[in-house]
Design a protein around this ligand. Structure first.
Ligand SMILES: C[S@@+](CC[C@H](N)C(=O)[O-])C[C@H]1O[C@@H](n2cnc3c(N)ncnc32)[C@H](O)[C@@H]1O
Length: 389
């Protein structure tokens, strides 16, 4: 976004125009009509920027608590860190008491906004438009510390020395997602080679689907979820990461757990409750750690459901009451749900090839009650647990 457009979008009459479109809940399908209408009062470039900003502020509500004065570009918003997740990262970095933080690939400033609550930040991005947005967004975020922009390539440039370097490489070009750390922009191994020995702590945000074999030697890795959605993984080289550590953090509570997993978690039949671990725990391979914390058993060594006789209030699990368990057989399940007068089902699954979308119509539900169905399997074969609501 050009600097002159940014200045104009910040000005009072234009900002109020954006507020009005946000209040009217501008939708993607209305965009052309609204731009045409705006053109009677503003020039074409500004009209598009006003409408697009209103639309992106509405979309940004799932990432930022208060995107009211923020500015975005579409791809920058898609790639930006959710503010709650960025704050958690800043919180972990606070253990190192950094004097200065480098934010490499700062984009439109999603992370920088959180990092400036902790220390002064130098944000580097190769894209001058993003840099301008980051300056604006850090300004409106009003962090306690300053944000200094640098436009350039993080692999060749020599910004000031900092005790903490955070990098968030691009994981898509246009609409295409980039898979594998070597395909990121810039590639993770190049970032490590360039920065590891110039800082005490190097933290690199990566996709949560990172393969274990890609985790760099000597690093710690943390998977982070927000409201039950697995958002990201972070490779930590240096404090607060311990080499080899695997960590799962569940936001917004901030509950965090690390391995190694304990031995000796029993495997039992399904008891009165099934506990579903948060996806960050499952992805980090720390289900047994949570089982030990809540005093639950596993139902199978390879299935990430836990079981015990009582519900758990632990922030890393969701407990489901189980009224009955039966081997999975479509006709028998259908007639049992009819007997129980079930008409609405919430279907959960782990270790079952069936999807809820495939199963639901085949159940031909007609009753008046609702129930949770949990499709899973144990060494006895596929089974379904029914919990009436
Ligand atoms: C995932 S985005 C960063 C998002 C940011 N952390 C946020 O929360 O808003 C990655 C950024 O890296 C930038 N980038 C890609 N390659 C780069 C390079 N070689 N040097 C500097 N920046 C680069 C892109 O322009 C993009 O803005």
């Amino acid at each position: 976004m050009k600097q002159s457009i940014i200045e104009t979008l910040r000005s009072e009459p234009v900002d109020s125009e954006i507020d009005r479109l946000v209040a009217d809940r501008l939708a993607e399908r209305d965009l052309l009509r609204v731009i045409t209408d705006l053109r009677s009062r503003f020039d074409p470039e500004l009209s598009s920027a006003i409408a697009e900003t209103a639309l992106l502020r509405l979309k940004a509500r799932n990432k930022f608590l208060d995107p009211r004065r923020m500015l975005f570009d579409r791809e920058g918003l898609e790639q930006a860190s959710a503010h709650r997740v960025a704050l958690h990262r800043a919180d972990r970095l606070s253990e190192s008491s950094p004097g200065l933080i480098l934010d490499l690939g700062c984009g439109l400033g999603g992370d920088a906004m959180a990092l400036t609550t902790l220390a002064p930040v130098v944000g580097v991005d190769i894209d001058p438009n993003r840099i301008r947005l980051a300056v604006h967004n850090c300004d409106v975020a009003g962090g306690r510390h300053g944000f200094e922009p640098v436009c350039g390539d993080v692999l060749t440039l020599a910004p000031p020395k900092a005790s903490v370097v955070f990098a968030d490489p691009g994981r898509r070009t246009g609409r295409r997602r980039l898979h594998g750390l070597a395909s990121y922009l810039p590639p993770v191994d190049a970032l490590i080679e360039r920065w590891r020995h110039h800082t005490e702590t190097l933290a690199i945000k990566v996709a949560p689907g990172i393969e274990d074999r890609e985790i760099p030697d000597g690093s710690a890795i943390e998977w982070v979820s927000l409201h039950g959605d697995l958002r990201e993984a972070v490779i930590w080289l240096g404090a607060p990461g311990e080499p080899g550590e695997r960590r799962a953090t569940v936001l917004p509570t901030g509950a965090s757990i690390t391995g190694p997993e304990p031995d000796g978690i029993p495997i039992t039949e399904i008891d009165r409750y099934l506990h579903e671990p948060d996806p960050a725990v499952v992805r980090a391979g720390l289900v047994r750690c949570v089982a030990a914390e809540i005093g639950a058993a596993m139902i199978d060594p390879t299935i990430a459901y836990l079981t015990s006789g009582s519900p758990s209030a632990h922030p890393m699990v969701t407990s489901h009451r189980v009224d009955e368990v039966m081997p999975f057989h479509l006709k028998r399940l259908r007639s049992r749900l009819a007997e129980l007068d079930v008409g609405i089902v919430n279907i959960k699954k782990r270790g079952s090839p069936l999807t809820p979308e495939e199963l639901r119509p085949r159940l031909r539900l007609r009753g008046s009650r609702s129930a949770t169905l949990i499709l899973t399997r144990t060494s006895d074969g596929p089974l379904v647990a029914i919990g009436l609501d």
